[in-house]
Design a protein around this ligand. Structure first.
Ligand code: 2BA
Ligand code: 2BA
Length: 109
């Protein structure tokens, strides 16, 4: 068994969970925050048998399309008198960062 952890844009999360549940997979969503942009994203966990992993990854790929956006990262912690001029950076939004992990034990009580 594998645990598939997909970090996706909050905008794509509902659609992905819908696609997963319609295809018969079970999923859990938690609200998360990216370390770089410090904006909300969503992390979706799917526990499933090894042979389903590729199909789940395909659903993630189809649902979470990549788009490019200019955004300003949050300002760093400043000393008094220091000035911060925000420089927007071009980042790829959407898409998905996916980790597939081995499940040592799966229990339901
Ligand atoms: P964030 O950390 O908020 O990053 C958002 C996007 O900003 C990243 O998209 C990437 O395009 C850009 N970015 C991040 N760190 C950067 C840096 N040091 N310099 C320049 N650009 C940078 P993704 O790579 O698609 O990542 C989307 C979100 O997935 C991340 O949000 C983070 O929450 C998570 N993530 C990505 N890689 C991860 C990893 N190796 N471990 C844990 N979480 C990860
Ligand atoms: P939910 O997805 O909201 O599911 C609540 C309950 O609905 C489940 O209880 C199960 O009894 C039923 N259920 C869910 N999906 C089903 C399906 N495709 N067919 C038939 N019945 C279904 P639990 O199995 O005790 O799960 C409780 C919560 O644990 C789930 O909430 C979900 O958040 C998480 N979960 C369970 N199995 C998971 C898995 N394989 N991967 C990720 N999260 C899982």
């Amino acid at each position: 068994m594998k645990l598939i952890m997909s970090i996706v844009s909050s905008d794509d999360a509902d659609q992905l969970v819908e696609a997963l549940t319609q295809a018969g997979y079970r999923a859990t969503t938690i609200s998360t925050t990216g370390g770089f942009l410090r904006q909300g994203n969503a992390t979706i966990f799917v526990g499933t048998e090894d042979e389903n992993v590729d199909a789940v990854l395909q659903l993630v790929k189809e649902t979470c399309c990549t788009r490019s956006e200019y955004v300003s990262p949050l300002p760093p912690v400043m000393e008094p008198g220091e000035m911060y001029i925000p420089t927007p950076v071009d980042v790829q939004m959407g898409g998905a960062t996916v980790f597939v992990m081995d499940v040592v034990r799966f229990k339901r009580f």
